[in-house]
Design a protein around this ligand. Sequence first.
Ligand code: GDP
Length: 192
Amino acid sequence: MSRFPDTRFILSAASPAQFPADRGAEVAFAGRSNAGKSSAINAILVRHGLARTSKLPGRTRLLNFFEVGEDRRVVDLPGYGYARASDSERATWEPAIDALRARSSLRGLYLIVDARRGLTAADQQLIEWVDPTQRYVHVLLAKADKLSRAEGRSVLQHASAQLARGVTVQLFSALRGVGVEEAQEVLETWLK
Ligand code: GDP
């Protein structure tokens, strides 16, 4: 049984004017392109193909909002690390992401990191941006199935040591279902 049985896509926003009303609670999902964010969203919300919506042409640089319950939302942010993103594209989505931070409904951030790559400077910047003293931050070390058990333990330890106080972190694999329940529990708690 899904914990979020009523999940549906609401809208894609290029600018704050298009955001849904700042009511209830929402959680942002972010990560470098290809880190496994879409697969993580699909696995956590138990909606195969849901986050594919965010990958449709023209939507990858937008903020995609999903409703996961009454006035409860997940916001899929554009994948970062696009070397090719043009200045004009950045000029559109950077202010939009900034505006998200000003919303009182924003409870926190799920940061998706490729477990083999570990935390990058861009990931750390995003954590600072959201400010872990003000909001929740939970890191998913994704594609953990590509690591041995010992490697997984070591990557988890290393990431924990690098993260600011209060930031939580776990191993995750959408492919093998590793850590999905833990990730669902955290999300459910934040959205209460
Ligand atoms: P996004 O760009 O961050 O949204 O990443 P995607 O979810 O689209 O995944 C990027 C690539 O990584 C795809 O080829 C996925 O099949 C692969 N991938 C995603 N999650 C996993 C996982 O848990 N294990 C493995 N082995 N591959 C994964």
